[in-house]
Design a protein around this ligand. Sequence first.
Ligand SMILES: NC(=O)c1ccc[n+]([C@@H]2O[C@H](COP(=O)([O-])OP(=O)(O)OC[C@H]3O[C@@H](n4cnc5c(N)ncnc54)[C@H](OP(=O)(O)O)[C@@H]3O)[C@@H](O)[C@H]2O)c1
Length: 194
Amino acid sequence: MPVEATTSYPAAAKSATAVLVTGASGGVGSTAVALLAAAGYEVVASTGKSAERDYLSGLGAGRVVGREFAEDDGRILGPQLWAGVVDCVGGRTLAQALRTVRYGGAVAASGLTGGNDLSTTVYPFIVRAVALLGIDTVATPIAERRALWAEMPSVFPLGRCEDMVDAEIGLDGLTSALARVLEAGVRGRILVRP
Ligand SMILES: NC(=O)c1ccc[n+]([C@@H]2O[C@H](COP(=O)([O-])OP(=O)(O)OC[C@H]3O[C@@H](n4cnc5c(N)ncnc54)[C@H](OP(=O)(O)O)[C@@H]3O)[C@@H](O)[C@H]2O)c1
């Protein structure tokens, strides 16, 4: 007798449709929030800046949470909260994302503002079929970049660009601006007018 294929995902996994963005108020995070929301995803923005809640909601986040977005009760795998994660932070944040993404979900790792280490287990991969996707823009071939930039006007909410400019500076303002970047004090991007 043939064995029928069955779906045995836990109930929580089926209902997890949100995409989490960590380091959400930064440049990469803000862009991810705006792009995902414009594409129709339910976005949860994780930020350490409580003052930027309205900003993130304005970009399209349906929910804004702190940097501790999941309880760490010491268990290897946590609740299945997200369909996917865009992680700009790395370190413990990336480990938490991996243990709370749902069955079959994916985590895109782009940054290391929270640390360059990663302490995790194989369980998200071999029990929940989670994918960890590395992102690198620096070596992305120019043809691929041009194709993506050409697509941007139709997928990015251009009306949000102004909100994402934290400040406009000249070259003489670079030193103090970089100090703010290192303190994680910048919202979106600083625009440099040489
Ligand atoms: N792979 C690539 O191709 C690529 C491309 C661009 C950038 N990056 C990297 O991606 C990361 C983000 O870039 P970005 O341009 O968005 O930087 P950014 O504008 O400086 O934003 C980084 C954000 O990370 C959060 N953060 C800072 N310190 C943290 C900490 N100790 N713990 C947790 N969160 C912290 C803050 O957001 P909240 O206050 O909202 O939590 C901060 O705004 C950087 O590491 C950068 O080098 C990688």
